[in-house]
Design a protein around this ligand. Structure first.
Ligand SMILES: [Zn+2]
Length: 319
């Protein structure tokens, strides 16, 4: 059989060449275009300013696209990254951190600590809504004020004079049950605990505050009575505890009964709420007699980590 030779006519050659070059052109275009696209991403532009991939991921955790874009006109913001890499960084507080740092010339860590605890605000300046869902861990202080209609549930009357001096009082049942356990164990070890203050109704506090304000002005009333709703006793979860032989605010801090309470109260769900050295956080001078019920697990955690309720809620509970 005669072999057939493939003979291509000229126009066919042109078509073939056209296809080959056309393909090359398309591939090159796609490559260039892809490069162009990559170089147009925010990530690429941030890396051009000096941010590493890890840092870009950190930024993306907190910033939306518009905020990321706003970083492009500046040089790399090392401060911002140090903030974001701090384990206690709260993004919504960022501007307050900056203001606090500027006004107080502190470092980033201090700014984060103080602002997270609201300490950049004056007392009562910027009240935060109380989180009632926290139940036994509810936070009440000079930033978190209870609503005027707040009344704790499950209040009981304590009338047995064995347990208090002065008048009888109301307190939440769960708190009193826990207290009686503590009372019995303390008694067995030779400490006769005595309560002298417990539930403080909002309305009574309000009356006292208004009277002080009318007589001596707001500053005096704020400092000496405190705004209504700012007293932890209004939650029904706090007890002022003294002991036989140490019934005053002068003698109790020096007593063995206080030493016992300090080391043991958490086992029953109580914390020493206003410890020495943490006044700047609690907004209260040290009160070795003021105990707050939070439940055994929380009290133990707070005790073991040497925390205040403020620190516990800000740094551990909110995580
Ligand atoms: Zn108290």
């Amino acid at each position: 059989m005669k072999k057939k030779r493939l003979k291509l006519k000229k126009p066919v050659w042109f078509i073939l060449i056209f296809i080959i070059f056309g393909t090359i052109a398309i591939i090159s275009y796609n490559k260039i275009h892809a490069k162009y696209e990559a170089e147009n991403t925010i990530e690429y532009k941030l890396s051009e300013i000096g941010y590493t991939d890890k840092e870009i991921n950190t930024l993306k955790k907190y910033y939306n696209e518009a905020e990321l874009k706003s970083l492009l006109d500046k040089k790399k913001d090392e401060n911002l990254l140090e903030f974001m890499n701090n384990e206690h960084y709260i993004h919504s507080n960022y501007n307050r951190y900056l203001t606090f740092m500027e006004e107080n010339r502190t470092d980033i860590e201090t700014a984060i600590e103080y602002v997270n605890l609201n300490l950049d605000y004056e007392y009562y300046e910027a009240p935060v809504k109380v989180d009632y869902d926290l139940k036994n861990e509810i936070l009440v202080n000079k930033y978190y004020l209870l609503d005027s209609d707040f009344v704790p549930d499950d209040l009981i009357d304590v009338t047995n004079k064995k347990y208090f001096y002065g008048d009888g009082f109301k307190v939440k049942k769960e708190v009193w049950d826990a207290y009686l356990n503590m009372w019995n164990d303390a008694d067995a070890q030779g400490f006769y605990l005595i309560v002298n203050f417990a539930y403080y109704p909002y309305s009574e506090h309000e009356k006292a505050y208004n009277k002080a304000k009318d007589n001596n002005g707001t500053v005096y009333a704020d400092n000496n009575v405190g705004r209504p709703g700012s007293d932890e006793h209004t939650t029904g979860l706090a007890l002022d505890i003294f002991a036989k032989g140490a019934l005053t605010t002068v003698t109790f801090p020096e007593s063995d009964a206080y030493k016992w309470l300090k080391e043991n109260a958490h086992k029953y769900g109580f914390i020493e709420r206003y410890p020495k050295g943490k006044e700047y956080i609690t907004g209260q001078s040290a009160e070795s007699w003021h105990y707050r019920y939070v439940g055994i697990d929380t009290a133990t955690f707070i005790y073991e980590n040497n925390l205040t309720l403020e620190e516990y809620l800000t740094y551990y509970k909110s995580k």
